[in-house]
Write a protein that binds this ligand. Structure first.
Ligand SMILES: *Cc1c(COP(=O)(O)O)cnc(C)c1O
Length: 425
């Protein structure tokens, strides 16, 4: 590696080798899951009879876009749902969640989150923070049940919170950027069963961002009515240049489609231009790309724990998403870490990330990403608000070697700048 002049010292290289040797079993388990998910995707593509013409696109209204229809059928098969909406017209994950919610709620209905505070960007969608066009402005009320202190569902409180107005029950699988564990499929299943026991016809929506292909099952396998995510995260496989998906029951997906396009149009319009190929190919690659990101996360957790920094999840923990946080304890370390990730990137490697104010955040935030698809967090990236406890969130890596290189460069930076605890490296 030194041959390529990444500036990584032999101490760090030796440390990396030792760290990696301890991870063989974890990596084998990740590879095995990727293999199962790879076959799931190929089987779905075979069953849906994907053909070469599906890879082409349409223009204008996009009527009879066979590629789009077959792609949506592939997603429905992968997520084991009746239907799916997978479109470049969906701008991002927040947009997908917004239309899934707005399409399935009516004035007077209540939205109940049972996994606590939702992802930041949803606060304005829902109207937790007032915003023009929020669900609140359309007469949709919101309540939430927080997770218990140990990060599990508060099933008793959920039972009590469901009322006659409760229409959509939302669950967020990934921790996002919160201090709580991500919710594994088996736990989500218990929460869904609990909701169904009280209210059979509730629409259960799972925000699946960052979770796709980490486990063998997805929320559609355990009874969710709506499964929603972003294509510039796991299921886009690094190739999708834009987009989101909503998989679920025919009725719920149809309601979301009406909100995306217009009443009377629904899923029938929406040209795919020339993205179909990247959607299909990205989904095909997604299981192994997700596995690469997971290995990078596990390697980071193991390396940083050995260096004396708390990693969450720990290297041996069960995972249900690709997010890794490391508590670095000082702003200098956060900046050195971000710089390492940036400098290891294939794009914009020469840039030095700095902390700056960001809309919606109270403290300055530093972000590192040198990505082929702007902002894609399935690619190697890291972000951190500059505030105690100075934790950095790290995710992605289209290939394991690239994720590993990023981590090594973060460690080398900390070492060079004398920011590692005494006696480590
Ligand atoms: C990323 C993410 C979103 C929003 O997706 P964007 O594409 O950034 O709009 C929503 N929920 C969770 C849990 C996420 O990780």
């Amino acid at each position: 590696m030194a041959f390529y002049d990444f500036g990584i010292s032999s101490e760090v290289l030796t440390f990396a080798k030792e760290t990696e040797e301890g991870l063989a079993e974890r990596f084998a388990a990740i590879d095995a899951a990727a293999e199962r998910n790879q076959y799931k995707v190929i089987a779905a593509m075979r069953d849906a009879r994907v053909s070469e013409d599906c890879l082409l696109g349409t223009t204008g209204y996009g009527y009879n876009d066979r590629g789009r229809e077959v792609l949506e059928s592939v997603y429905a098969r992968v997520f084991h749902t009746e239907d799916a909406l997978v479109r470049p017209l969906i701008a991002c994950g927040t947009h997908a969640l917004s239309i899934a919610l707005a399409g399935n709620l009516r004035p007077g209905d209540e939205l109940l989150s049972v996994s606590g505070r939702p992802y930041d960007t949803l606060e304005k969608v829902i109207g937790i923070r007032p915003s023009p066009g929020s669900l609140a402005e359309y007469g949709v009320t919101y309540r939430q049940v927080d997770l218990l202190p140990d990060g599990t569902f508060d099933l008793d409180a959920i039972r009590l919170a469901i009322g006659p107005k409760t229409r959509v029950v939302a669950i967020q699988r990934s921790r996002g950027y919160q201090v709580r564990p991500s919710l594994r499929i088996r736990e989500i299943e218990r929460a869904i069963q609990c909701v169904r026991a009280v209210k059979k016809d509730a629409v259960i929506l799972v925000d699946n961002c960052y979770g796709e292909f980490v486990e063998d099952l997805e929320p559609g396998d355990i009874g969710a009515d709506l499964v929603v995510g972003s294509l510039i995260k796991n299921p886009g496989g690094g190739l999708a240049p834009i987009g989101g998906y909503i998989a679920g029951t025919r009725e719920c997906v149809g309601n979301a489609a009406i909100r995306l396009t217009a009443p009377g149009l629904g899923k029938e319009v929406g040209a795919t231009l020339s993205v179909n190929r990247s959607f299909f190919q990205g989904l095909f690659l997604a299981p192994v790309v997700t596995a690469a990101a997971l290995k990078g996360a596990v390697f980071a957790a193991a390396a940083y724990e050995r260096l004396g920094f708390p990693a969450d999840p720990g290297p041996d923990a069960f995972r249900t998403d690709i997010i890794q946080s490391v508590t670095l304890g000082s702003p200098e370390r956060v900046l050195a870490f971000a710089k390492g990730i940036q400098n290891a990137s294939p794009v914009d490697s020469f840039v030095t990330p700095e902390a700056d104010d960001m809309p919606g955040y109270e403290d300055p935030v530093v972000m590192a990403a040198g990505t082929f698809i702007s902002g894609a967090s399935i690619e190697l990236s890291a972000d951190a608000p500059l505030r105690p406890p100075f934790a950095i969130y790290f995710q992605g890596g289209l290939t394991y070697p690239s994720a590993k290189l990023g981590i090594l460069m973060t460690i080398e930076n900390l070492r060079k700048e004398g920011l590692l605890p005494e006696g480590r490296l």
